[in-house]
Write a protein that binds this ligand. Structure first.
Ligand code: PGA
Length: 229
């Protein structure tokens, strides 16, 4: 089993649904995946749906008593108030445990800067939400007090062309050297049930951030089982 051995590490498996799934589709996914996830300490499975699905997904997870956490793919850099169109961490905290911040799709399509990511991280931390900071490499800044990072090279996202586990582990190691051993580093970019084990079995990789392959319930269950083998 991944993570067994001398130091039992956490394994994070984070489903980033991006702009996909109706509420009905989201609930169907939860009803299939929820009962299939093993309950064990250290296995941290998080679903990040669109904002429109969050409350229904949270309700389904709670009612089913499934070992799943719920996350968001972004949140407001501001608090509650006159910020049209934004979703503040304060109003999300009842539903979510984690926020993906600084994803490369947001940096590319929405002009998100390192400064904005830092403000969003501050909001998440002030509202009991774990910030998951997406970085391109060890040079992308990780805001203060953020302990969870995803290394996601742009060329590997949605291309079917993942980084090598060795290179991903090398970047993870550099990030840990830079920010301290408490940092947990995930890999993201074309992760599937076929390759997940090769990433999570690396000493410095603490889990995966999964886009495309997380949309299909059967494939996602295989990814979780692949980590547990
Ligand atoms: P992918 O996306 O798994 O579809 O490559 C990963 C991500 O963008 O987080």
């Amino acid at each position: 089993m991944a993570g067994s051995g001398s130091n039992m590490k956490n394994i994070w498996i984070i489903a980033n649904w991006k702009s996909n799934k109706t509420i009905a589709e989201a609930l169907d996914w939860v009803s299939k995946v929820g009962p299939a996830i093993p309950k064990r300490d250290g296995l941290k499975v998080v679903i990040c749906p669109t904002f429109s699905c969050i409350s229904e997904v949270k309700k389904a997870v709670t009612v089913g008593n499934f070992p799943l956490m719920v996350g968001v793919q972004d949140l407001s850099p501001f608090g509650v108030g006159a910020y049209t169109g934004e979703e503040p961490a304060k109003l999300l905290e009842d539903y979510v445990n984690l926020a993906i911040l600084g994803h490369s799709e947001r940096r590319q399509n929405f002009g998100e800067t390192d400064e904005m990511v830092a403000k969003k991280a501050e909001q998440a931390l002030a509202n009991s939400t774990i910030p998951l900071i997406c970085v391109q490499n060890e040079e992308t800044p990780v805001p203060e007090d953020c302990k969870l990072v995803a290394y996601e090279p742009v060329w590997a996202i949605g291309t079917g062309n993942p980084d090598t586990p060795q290179n991903a582990a090398d970047v993870a190691k550099k990030l840990k050297q830079k920010y301290g051993g408490e940092l947990q580093v995930l890999y993201g970019g074309s992760v599937t049930s076929q390759n997940v084990k090769s990433f999570v079995s690396q000493e410095n990789i603490d889990g995966v951030l999964v886009g495309n392959a997380s949309l299909d319930a059967e494939e996602f269950i295989k990814i979780v089982k692949g980590c547990e083998e």
